[in-house]
Design a protein. Sequence first.
Length: 670
Amino acid sequence: MLALRTPLSFAVKTLMFDSLATLSIVAFSASDSTDLSNEDVPTTTLDTITVTASSGGVTPTVNQQIIEKSTILDMKDVLKDQPSLSVSGGNGVAQQLYIRNMGENELTFSVDNVSTSAQVFHHQSRFMFDPALLKSINIEKGTGAASSGIGVTAGTIRITTVNANDMLKSGKDVGAMIGGGYSSNEGWNGVTAAYGRSSNGAVDGIIMGNIVHNDNYEDGDGNEVPYTEIDQEGYLAKLGWNINPDNRLELSHRREQMSGDIGFRPNLIGTFGDQTIFDTETTQDTTNLAYQGYDIGGVYALDIDANVFYSKTDDERKQIDNLSARIPDPLNSEAETTGANLSVTYPVTDAHRLVTGINYRDSKISADAYTVGTGEEEKEEYGVFAEMRWDFDPILLTTGVRYDHYDITNNTAQNLSDGMVSPSIAATWFVNNNLSLNASWSQAIQSPKLYESLILALANGDRHSFADDLEAGKAQNAEIGIEWMGDNGFMAGASVFDQRFKDYINTYDTVQANQGELKNQGYELNLGYQNNGIKAYLGMSHNDPELNGEYYGYALDVVPTGDKYVASVSYQFDDPQLEIGVKHRHMDEYQYREAGETEDRTMPKYWVTDVFANWQPFNNDSLSLNAGINNIADKMYYNQSNFRSTRFTDLTNWNAERGREYRVGINYKF
């Protein structure tokens, strides 16, 4: 905690070293007994997906156990049944993620408390994660609280990966898993893992790998969608040391890779004629050292979370079709991020907790074959926060404040540096054992962004600049909600929100500039039922984003859509241990008008139905046999969350979604 007591400038510059020192000090000051009995070994119940800001207990859940019992292949499969989330069409690098219609420029993605702010090209490489490695997900919608981290302006997805203790069977110290699957689009996947721990439970480790091959898929009309063939690989190695039951160190390395013959803009079929096709390989390597400690310091009983990390993305492309002299060949670029986080929880009283911390992140992008500018950009960010969590039973109150600062230098050596103080407050009133009411307001800084490493290699790589009067934007979110959890298995929730970006920084144009106010108002409704093997869910989401009172749509910033409805029902038999179910998604028609146009455009409505089944013949999780039919009606449709622009007015410019697809899979643990 020395860094928190030193001057701020020194604390930030030494954060990574202080975090490492904290890990070492705690390790040697903790109990010197490492002979842990099995009952003392920290064990983890596999968490469900947690949705913050509205109806977290009602929305569908996904965790490692669900993954093993399903035919899920990518993060689109994981997230598509969340009413307030959407993922665009195509495979792998073509897919773009949205929370409440807000694009990836305003979202934060974190895996094991590692987040980056650099990307290779547009949305590509922003969120590379193989769900086979997933343990749990936490989704925060809207502007983050003080403790949420750097740049949480419109939402964040936090993922935790599995460790050996999550995978081991009860009473076992060694285990393994093997699995695979096949789809009617001639795709296949294979996963394997080995894990174990020492007999005293002090040391544990896991090695896991998953490979997914996707051929060009067919749309609902039976037409092959070109250049959607892609190979995806995910690997995880993690070593844990339980110093004692209250202190744990964890060192991990994760690799994500996507490769294939991919178009320059893989989310589009063609742009201004046939686009250049590249033999592409994108690889992201992340190394993370993390510490968790509980009841540290005797009478002070501090809880500490800390990590330091390094992440690098390499993108290599070689032209193979529709060659272009305007694009360097080969086209190689990279993005890297170094960072650290420290969070300390102080027990002020038995009921109240103070959480303080520091976040640090340094991101760089560069390209090999640049001909203009410096060929690189860099952005350094840090934040400090304090958050008080008050338990005035039956009311929980959270008050917080954070300060964020950024220093960014672009390809033409323009430099900007600024900071902002952001407060937040949230309250939940537990009216009784079944009913709760909640309200929150939060603010976060919207800072200028690094562009894209690939663009730095192009002839126009120096065209993207900062406006002379550019200032940090201010994201604010106000929200109220209600949640009811009935004793009879029924659940319901609703929320209403008003999100605003003041001095909004628009990234659509070549100059990053403040463009006025971006406003997004909406609501979400959720109904659920779970009892005696039956699970049912119905949810909907409405969002209405506008820039200065008018329509605005750009893939990386915001893409308005029609209302989304999600419904599902399943039944779990006890003997045999068989689950069958159906899921349904519906998008309302959406009409909009671009600036300067006199007629509305229409995004057609569509509905899609999937069915699934899982059988565990041994009546436990040792063997899972999975099957599913996605888009069972073989609907031909285009995802409303696809790229949208005045230059691309024809739906056929986009990747159509998959037609009917049969999937089967098997997972065996021993």
